[in-house]
Design a binder for this molecule. Structure first.
Ligand SMILES: *Cc1c(COP(=O)(O)O)cnc(C)c1O
Length: 301
């Protein structure tokens, strides 16, 4: 019998496992460490990076239960909706995308794509969007779409964590630190629960001291084994999708030096943080450090 997860990986054209490469840069103090990068950006041109990790077991579950319809949430540039819409079309599942803000007069490139992939887009205002996790709001949505499965924003839910287990089991060497950007927290929660011997360090991409820690904690069962972890809040550059010339310049320079593309919303903040923490010798000398490239290049179009 074939493994259903292999079937899905084949059906969607996922290139797995993703490469694990030494990071070759001229950063200050880089020689004091062994720094590797996990290239989840190369998993798939559209279902990229951590969105595949977080959606894999959710998609398997949908297939398993022959779910005809999915409802999910995101902003106008959402990597999650983009990945999900592509996967849903491939699996003949109808997606209803609840989008924050009204882009009906001018679709973003992301919304254009998901419309081409036959997603039904529903624009809602900020006030309605804020209710996306409220039980009564979700019950109303469910009543409107009785056959649908609702997937939370960013795909961050319990079912998402197992996909990060896969990432950790693919690793070819041991690490002392694993670094990843934090948006809705699912990726970090999964890395913490996959529980290697490493310490997990999240880099917050939005202003959310305590709020992000609470979200990560809420995603993990209380009795689960966990790696030690923390979130650094010094590199959000003023908030979600906020940037300055220094960060934009860093992304360009990084791409020139490594031939690896990054964008300023997630991966740019992660690698910027890594450069600074390494320059400051924030890790003990000799530490083995893994940086997870979570993908997401479509969002910067
Ligand atoms: C969504 C996303 C993240 C954030 O992951 P969370 O699990 O929501 O914290 C990080 N990087 C990229 C490229 C993303 O698209």
């Amino acid at each position: 019998m074939t493994d259903p997860s292999d079937d899905l990986t084949l059906q969607l054209g996922i290139t797995s496992p993703s490469p694990e490469q030494p990071l070759q840069v001229d950063w200050e103090n880089i020689a004091s460490y062994q720094v590797f990068i996990k290239r989840d950006d190369l998993l798939h041109p559209i279902i990229s990076g951590n969105k595949w990790r977080k959606l894999k077991y959710a998609l398997l579950d949908l297939k398993d239960r022959s779910v005809p319809e999915v409802v999910s949430f995101g902003g106008g540039y959402s990597n999650h909706l983009h990945a999900l819409a592509y996967a849903c079309q491939a699996l003949s599942i109808k997606l209803i995308a609840v989008v924050r803000g009204d882009y009906s007069q001018q679709l973003t490139p992301m919304l254009n794509d998901i419309q081409d992939w036959e997603a039904e887009i529903r624009f809602v205002n900020r006030i309605e969007y804020k209710q996306r996790d409220d039980a009564t709001y979700l019950a109303t949505l469910q009543a409107q779409h009785p056959k649908a499965t609702i997937i939370p924003e960013g795909g961050s839910q319990h079912l998402a964590l197992k996909g990060l287990d896969d990432l950790v089991s693919e690793l070819e060497r041991d690490y002392d630190y694993v670094l990843a950007p934090v948006g809705s927290g699912g990726t970090l929660a999964g890395l913490i629960q996959a529980c290697g011997k490493h310490t997990v360090l999240g880099i917050a991409v939005l202003k959310g001291q305590d709020y992000l820690e609470d979200m990560v904690n809420r995603l993990m069962p209380d009795d689960s084994a966990k790696s030690s972890w923390s979130i650094n809040h010094e590199f959000h550059f003023g908030g979600y999708a906020k940037r300055n010339a220094e960060l934009s310049g860093f992304c360009v320079e990084f791409q020139q030096q490594t031939r690896i593309s990054i964008e300023p919303v997630y991966s740019g903040k992660l690698f910027f943080a890594a450069r600074q923490l390494i320059a400051e010798k924030a890790f003990p000398p000799g530490s083995r450090i893994l940086l997870i490239h979570t993908g997401g290049l479509q969002g910067s179009r």
